[in-house]
Design a protein around this ligand. Structure first.
Ligand code: FUL
Length: 436
């Protein structure tokens, strides 16, 4: 076993990276951890999940739209950005696009929702992202080569008018348009358009290129979760999506996972789901299984017909933040508690010594992912009644890995690395008590 290196003991420039490694835009994105998704559009007013594109644009008529309310709540809940459905499958544009006649400009609400959101995010210090569905059930050119340029033009409008965009979310769905034809998407054109106008934005789809769908819409990755895949194996809308949950050990490309889920059963607001908002406890569990499993957490909170986040959703978000603060805001140790990189004779081991025995039930590990994802197997042990007891056997670490362990009281914990693609590196081992 190669020696385990503690980043506290070594300067990063002394360590050889293990390719592939993240691009700076991917590293910046990974730091955002949890952010909001907003599904909003004609579907909010027609009570469906997938509009047909034939809806009268006048139906879109929020009575009290306040993106500031979303942004203030998101900020208070610890979310770091908001990604909005600028255009869903029905083709309706939440901005007054010059390339469509199915937009806010034709609705009773005459404003520009993207402008409102951009101003609100700036005010609260949140980042803004956009979802644009290439599938368009309204646009007359959909299903012809001309549509690819229309979509690129729409992208350009959105990417040049509202300030920095941190993520562009491409939905993989590819159905029929108004003329009954499917579109052959020009992905290189779409990707180049984003790179040209927002080079710092990460591009999401089933197949990346920057970040990948996690293969489910339930908001979690797998305990074994690699930030690497072989990208050329996938296309947007891939039938191999189940592989995306774990990613691939030793994959050629750095394409980390984003875990999307809605706070309600639907992506869009439906009044009858007001009683089905996920509880703070559920949100906490999903956060642990996404951010705490080497992914990011994209939580959808759909505005209602007023154009506001519903009171029940706001309560759930703030309740979740309270739980996060109570537990993850109060680690039981600090990184300085490391006793050193090695015990003689078993070099792949980190000792954590606490000043006094503490009760804990979560152990968090972090790898310095800028140098590649390395650890492929580890064991968590604690000294209990003078015996080293195994609390958990796991595989990957990545950016953040939060491991649920049995309630344990101890002042000595050790991490034994059992498998690694290169010299294993850890920046932190942190203990928490959740009582759950
Ligand atoms: C899916 C879409 O079809 C849903 O309507 C929703 O937008 C979800 C996030 O992605 O592919």
């Amino acid at each position: 076993m190669l020696p385990l290196l503690l980043m506290t003991a070594l300067a990063a420039e002394d360590i050889k990276p293990l390719p592939p490694i993240p691009h700076p835009r991917q590293l910046a994105w990974q730091k955002m951890q949890q952010y909001a998704f907003v599904h909003f559009g004609p579907n909010t007013f027609t009570d469906v999940e997938w509009g047909e594109g034939k809806e009268d644009p006048k139906l879109f008529n929020p009575t009290a739209l306040d993106c500031g309310q979303w942004a203030r709540t998101a900020k208070a809940a610890g979310l770091t950005g908001i990604i909005i459905t600028a255009k869903h499958h029905d083709g309706f544009c939440l901005w007054p696009s010059k390339y469509s006649t199915h937009t806010v400009a034709q609705s009773l609400y005459k404003g520009d929702v993207l402008r409102e959101l951009s101003n609100a995010c700036k005010k609260e210090g949140l980042k803004m992202g956009v979802y644009l569905s290439p599938w368009d059930r309204n646009h007359p050119s959909y299903g012809t080569p001309e549509y690819n340029q229309v979509f690129a033009n729409m992208l350009r409008e959105v990417l040049t008018s509202y300030g920095p965009i941190f993520e562009v979310w491409f939905d993989g769905a590819n159905g029929e348009g108004p003329n009954g034809k499917k579109q052959v998407y020009d992905w290189p054109l779409f990707v180049n358009t984003v790179r040209k106008y927002q080079p710092n934005a990460v591009i999401f789809s089933d197949a990346g290129p920057d970040i990948r769908w996690v293969g489910n819409e339930s908001g979690h990755s797998d305990p074994e979760c690699w930030s690497t895949i072989d990208r050329d194996r996938y296309v947007a809308g891939t039938p191999l999506y189940q592989e995306l949950t774990k990613g691939k050990r030793g994959g050629k490309d750095w394409v980390p996972a984003e875990c999307d889920v809605s706070i309600r059963p639907g992506w869009f607001y439906h009044k009858e789901q007001d009683g089905q908002v996920k509880s703070p406890e559920t949100l906490m569990k999903l956060w642990e299984e996404s951010v705490g499993q080497n992914g990011s957490f994209l939580l959808n909170v759909p505005p209602d017909r007023r154009g506001l986040w519903h009171e029940n959703d706001v309560m759930a978000l703030l309740g979740w933040k309270k739980l996060l603060d109570e537990v993850y805001g109060k680690p039981l140790n600090v990184a300085a508690a490391f006793s050193g990189p090695a015990d003689p004779g078993d070099s792949a081991l980190v000792n954590v010594t606490l000043s006094k025995p503490r009760i804990f039930d979560r152990v968090e590990l972090r790898e310095p992912i800028g140098l590649g994802q390395r650890i492929a197997g580890f064991r968590i042990e604690a000294l209990v009644d003078e015996k080293w007891t195994v609390l958990s056997n796991q595989t990957t670490v990545g950016n953040r890995r939060i491991v649920r362990v049995p309630r344990t009281k101890s002042d000595r914990i050790r991490i034994v690395i059992t498998d690694s693609l290169a010299e294993p590196l850890l920046t932190s081992v942190i203990l928490y008590w959740t009582g759950r």
